[in-house]
Design a protein around this ligand. Structure first.
Ligand SMILES: Nc1ncnc2c1ncn2[C@@H]1O[C@H](COP(=O)(O)OP(=O)(O)OP(=O)(O)O)[C@@H](O)[C@H]1O
Ligand SMILES: Nc1ncnc2c1ncn2[C@@H]1O[C@H](COP(=O)(O)OP(=O)(O)OP(=O)(O)O)[C@@H](O)[C@H]1O
Ligand SMILES: [Mg+2]
Ligand SMILES: [Mg+2]
Lengths: 255, 255
């Protein structure tokens, strides 16, 4: 059984895509087989692996809208043991077409459960919204990883997310757990330090110990079409996402 | 006739809300009457003026979904001549309910045209998506202001936006013009400098001369529930958004 990790936050620009890619690559380095699923119409995860969004015939929309089997949509990337289901702008239409179907929030969960996939981890990159796609991701996930900047709007977004977690547990996925990941932290910045402290005191063990700090190499690696661990193996971002991967594996063992 | 400015970018976290608020406040300082309309389910613009999202009975959803008159939904803020139409999470449902209506992209344009509003400028804060709400904003706007970080994903998002501008001009709003605003710039950062140069050489006069640089005071002001111009009048962010307001007024005279 693959462990499914949804990476989601309604707030935009908090490093959802950067985290999905970097964590996936770090898990592969530790000997795991990983599938990344790009669920965002922006297709930034697809782009960050050097692929041209919109070129692939089968994408995550094929699964969500056309009931295509997951195994038919997976494709290899340049990184051994890191596969991808690409996205395209078509997935934007699922916010309109999915909610009219009964049990529309279970589509992804069923698609994953019905196929015996050869992956240790499946990582879902979500769009910055709490619509039909994100609900599907939460219903399908064992763990919800919430990248959060130590800033006011990003911390505030956690309030809506806690409500969606509760609703998802009641309707589709009683065992859904969550963990907050503090991203893009600038330790020299007073607002960042204050809000970081508040997050830890409010959420306690609901926050990963690992923190991802600002590292400009994380801005550069998508331009090269590679995860940070391959682009600059010794960068601070690579180190911190590797530590995150280890903490995640430990956490997955307990649940 | 009010000048309508839509602030939109599919990419998340590029300072759409910060720009809508700061520009609005700077235009008020220059003697204009300004209405801010929060069209995002996150309701960050509402929050940044010290209001509790979800508390107001009438919101932007009332206009988009219930055909409520704009004049009935406007409310005063603590800032003289700066009014607000708040948002709530309900507006998320418009991605599902609007597209089934004929001419659904004209709802906001018609609502604005049918009321003679006492504002010099109306500023629309959009969600990080190119769905039904953003299409309404582009159809209603005289100018589309596109906040853009000098980073790879943000610059890439301009490609989809150019397509949507073309489609909007063909279907709803032939006179829609656009301007890119470079935001959150760190001049010491090589990626930022490179992409900034590329944006100017690609888009030429389609980019505002004014640039908004990183300024941590812009992170602090929403916590205080005030625009930067009121929170720290002498901050770099205040100065740069005031310069932007002046450049915008000049530009509006020409079109
Ligand atoms: N630790 C970091 N240090 C510096 N830059 C970072 C870091 N993490 C991410 N970035 C950059 O910040 C921007 C936002 O990150 P990213 O696009 O991954 O966020 P997102 O949450 O996926 O955004 P969206 O809401 O649009 O999907 C990107 O340009 C990315 O390269
Ligand atoms: N020039 C700046 N310097 C420093 N921080 C900034 C600047 N502009 C915006 N910010 C901060 O960056 C974050 C993103 O800005 P903001 O929320 O306005 O972006 P947005 O595009 O509206 O995001 P979303 O896509 O979620 O709606 C916020 O925490 C904001 O306070
Ligand atoms: Mg993303
Ligand atoms: Mg915003």
């Amino acid at each position: 059984m693959s462990k499914v990790i949804a990476v989601s936050n309604e707030k935009g620009g908090v490093a959802k895509t950067t985290t999905a890619l970097s964590l996936g690559a770090a898990l592969v380095e530790l000997g795991n087989r990983v599938l990344l699923i790009d669920l965002d119409a922006q297709a930034n995860l697809t782009l960050s692996l050097g692929l041209e969004p919109g070129e692939a015939e089968l994408t995550s929309s094929s699964i969500m809208l056309d009931a295509e089997k997951i195994i038919n949509v997976c494709r290899k990337t340049d990184i051994e043991n890191l596969d991808l289901i690409p996205s395209s702008s078509r997935i934007e239409t699922s916010e309109q077409y999915l909610p009219v179907r009964t049990n529309y929030t279970n589509i992804l969960q069923q698609a994953i459960r019905q196929s015996s996939l050869p992956y240790d981890y499946i990582i879902l990159d979500c769009p910055p919204a709490l619509g039909a796609i994100t609900r599907n991701a939460l219903a399908a996930a064992n763990l919800l990883l919430i990248p959060t900047q130590a800033e006011y709007f990003s911390a505030y977004a956690l309030r809506n997310m806690m409500g969606l977690i509760r609703r998802t547990r009641e309707s589709d996925n009683p065992n859904l757990s969550y963990r907050i990941l503090v991203t893009m932290l600038d330790r020299r910045n007073r607002t960042h330090r204050n809000i970081h402290d508040q997050l830890r005191s409010t959420f306690g063990s609901g926050v990963f110990n690992t923190v991802i700090e600002m590292d400009t190499k994380l801005r550069e690696s998508p331009i090269a079409g590679q995860p940070i661990t391959h682009y600059k193996a010794a960068a601070r971002g690579s180190t911190q996402y590797r530590i995150l991967a280890q903490e995640l594996i430990e956490y997955a063992k307990e649940t």
